[in-house]
Ligand binder design. Sequence first.
Ligand code: ATP
Length: 619
Amino acid sequence: MSRLPVMSFKRVLTSNTSENGQDFEPSQKKMRMKVEPVKPQAAATVIGGKRPPVAATRAPLSKSVKGAGAATVAAGPSRGVLKPSVSSTAAKGGNMKQPTGAKAGGAGARRNPWDLRGKVSDMEDKIQNYQVKFKSVNQENEVLKGSMALSQTRAAEMERELETQRSQISEYQKELQALLGVREKLEKVSSEFSSLESKYKAMEALRETQELELQTLKITVSAQESTVNRLQANLRVKEEEVTALQATVSQQRDELHAGEMERRRLHNAIQELKGNIRVFCRVRPLVAGGLSHHIQLSGSDDKSITLAKTEESHTGKTTDTQKNYNFSFDRVFGPQASQQEVFEEISLLVQSALDGYNVCCFAYGQTGSGKTYTMEGDEFDETRGVIPRAVQQIFKAADKLAAQGWEFTFTASFVEIYNETLRDLLHTGKSVKKPDLDIRKTTNNEVTITNLTYKKVSTEDQVLGLIALANQNRSTAQTAQNDRSSRSHSVFQLDIEGVNVGRDVKCKSTLCLVDLAGSERMVKSQSQGERFKEMTAINGSLSNLGIVITALANKESYIPYRNSKLTYLLQGCLGGNSKTLMFVNIAPEPDSFAESLNSLRFASKVNDCVIGTASANRK
Ligand SMILES: Nc1ncnc2c1ncn2[C@@H]1O[C@H](COP(=O)(O)OP(=O)(O)OP(=O)(O)O)[C@@H](O)[C@H]1O
């Protein structure tokens, strides 16, 4: 601040004062007139913007220092204006000695070079003037210092205020931060809210859809309820009908059962009328074809057979005599009779087996007469024999009876009797030594064979499989011992057990199908050694069969069943509680005449027997 007067001083000299002092121009009076109205505002502008305090202090200063000086110094650019002020002061003060020449010369007049005193006087005026000015500046400086102190105080106050405001701003910033956090939360909440709102809208839409569906469902349910009501009403009607039908069914079942029992009774009565032992004769066709002349079958019925033998006259003088041997049986089948025809007659007895009666069917005749063909037949359907057909009938009938509440179990066995020794034809073991078979009687007086294979069967095929196995076992033995099958009896047994739980009825029976050994007489075969033994055994068992049947027919107290394995084994199927069918097979060749006659005689004896009334094994 203190440089101002110095600078101002020099400059005033430089710019406005010429070497020759021309700054004291005649127009200085005009200049002073211009300076006087300097306003405080101008000073305020120069000081630099802190207007209010400075303005307040400058007003008095302007008065004491003649305002124009102060204003001139402060204004700077108005330096030239100072000259008139000084001139004015000098003029007023009258201290300045006006050079005579100047006075004489008036304004703009220069002192003469020689007017040194005038010049000195001018210089002294100038110095005085500057001193005044210096004082004024000093005063102004002081004022400015005071102003500056005030300004500093003010600045300190403002600093404090600023600090206060800063701290307030900091507070505000914190609050702003907090508010920003709040705003963030608010935004989050807002977005959640909008998400929830959209969810709500979706839920609302769903609810509306579901309400619609509910309405539809209600309508459907209502429709279904009425349907259910209608159906329930129908159901009640149907239930009543079912109850009535059940009563009818029950009644019809009773009637059916009664009918079935009646059928069995009548069937049995018919069988009894036919005789519990029946004999069928079957003549095999000639191997070479054509007709046999010595066998005559009745054309009127199917029950008679005549063996005619023409005896030549020993002397040749008389005519040859023909001797006829007439036999009649329950049925005689000629060479043309099919397996089916033959079986139709037997099927009634097979039915009896299912009804609970023991049934025994055996084929008797000389070797090659057709016993095996009759009992087993061969593999073709139409030539199947009695055993496969009987098995088929039994399983079919059992299936039908199942509808009436009957349940059946079947057990099959196949045994061979050779030389009074039993052999299990269903044995499948590999051991060379076969277990000994022995005929025993159970506590129920039933005949059973120890160690024999008893197979449970439930289908026809299973039984056919067993028959095939039996034949295989027989043929194996046959190769070891020539023509063994002709000299052994084979006995197929099917044990049948039936139960009708609903009716509390049970039945039990055995179907026994026997292919007997060849019945040749010993005389003809002229057997010796092993063959003699075989023939003895065969003849023994066959003759014992005849004896047993005769004893049964005569109702003898003792029946010699145990005299042979065959009769012992067939004990259950022969006698009072059984139905017996005997096939007598005849070979049609002329050289078999004697054997045929022998067979027919044996069969005739059997045919004459009337075995007591059979009773079903019912419980
Ligand atoms: N009714 C028949 N129709 C056609 N062929 C028959 C008839 N009877 C038997 N045969 C045939 O005669 C032959 C002898 O019959 P089969 O073997 O049945 O006699 P078999 O009495 O059982 O003899 P074996 O005592 O040796 O067993 C067989 O080839 C058989 O096919």
